[in-house]
Write a protein that binds this ligand. Structure first.
Ligand SMILES: C[S@@+](CC[C@H](N)C(=O)[O-])C[C@H]1O[C@@H](n2cnc3c(N)ncnc32)[C@H](O)[C@@H]1O
Length: 209
């Protein structure tokens, strides 16, 4: 199955580069999973790729209202039965009205949204996870207050120039928010291009870290 892309469609080169390495982890992580909610789906490129190669599950995309038209266009054109139409989901509009999922996925969004929005995300996320669900977050993080690489430091500077609310988040702060939400870290995978793939499960479930 191939998905056509056209130059008039929103396109992220970063998504093209990282969708393969992320999918390799998702294949194992989402083996027994039937439903995924993606928060901040952006162009929808991740969703198209993952839904195509994970046909056993339904991948529900979402984004803020202002991004929905562009996202909907790409999702509709893909015409995949396991990729239903996107929903509006702004993490700041509490409570979310989207039901529960076996996994929640979010990529490259915690450093774009404000710290307050990141807090709201973790206040609400576990209310939308089934009993043994996973939360999977991809992106660059600081550890012990330090950037992992010089390129992440300059990316952070670029983000902050673009928006005063954006910036790379501290892994320890994010993990503390997750713990407060009843989640326990299961995996911290180092990914290409100085990114991490963080996986949490409900605290009551077995963990590997
Ligand atoms: C850099 S884009 C990442 C898009 C895509 N996940 C990717 O990896 O390319 C950041 C995304 O976060 C979304 N976002 C920002 N604030 C948000 C909020 N308050 N609620 C939900 N999504 C938000 C943006 O609309 C955008 O789609």
């Amino acid at each position: 199955m191939t998905i056509k892309s056209e130059s008039s469609f929103p396109f992220s080169q970063a998504c093209e580069n990282n969708k393969g390495p992320i999918l390799e982890h998702l294949k194992a992580l989402l083996r027994g999973c039937l439903s995924v909610l993606e928060v901040g789906s952006g162009t929808g490129q991740h969703a198209l790729h993952f839904a195509q190669y994970l046909p056993h599950l339904t991948w529900r995309t979402s984004d803020v209202a202002t991004n929905l038209n562009a996202l909907s266009l790409g999702i509709a054109r893909a015409s995949l039965t396991n990729l239903p139409e996107p929903i509006i989901l702004d993490v700041d509009q509490l409570p979310w009205t989207c039901g529960r999922f076996d996994a929640i996925f979010m990529a490259n969004s915690l450093h774009i949204m404000s710290k307050h929005s990141a807090e709201n995300f973790f206040v609400e996320v576990s209310n939308h996870m089934t009993a043994d669900a996973q939360l999977i977050v991809y992106g660059p993080f600081k550890y012990n207050g330090e950037f992992t690489t010089l390129s992440n430091a300059s990316f952070d500077e670029k983000l902050r120039k673009r928006s005063s609310v954006s910036g790379l988040r501290d892994f320890e702060w994010i993990n503390a928010l997750a713990q407060r939400a009843g989640l326990k870290l299961r995996h911290d995978y180092t990914m290409p291009a100085n990114n991490q793939l963080l996986v949490w499960g409900m605290s009551s479930q077995a963990n590997t870290l």
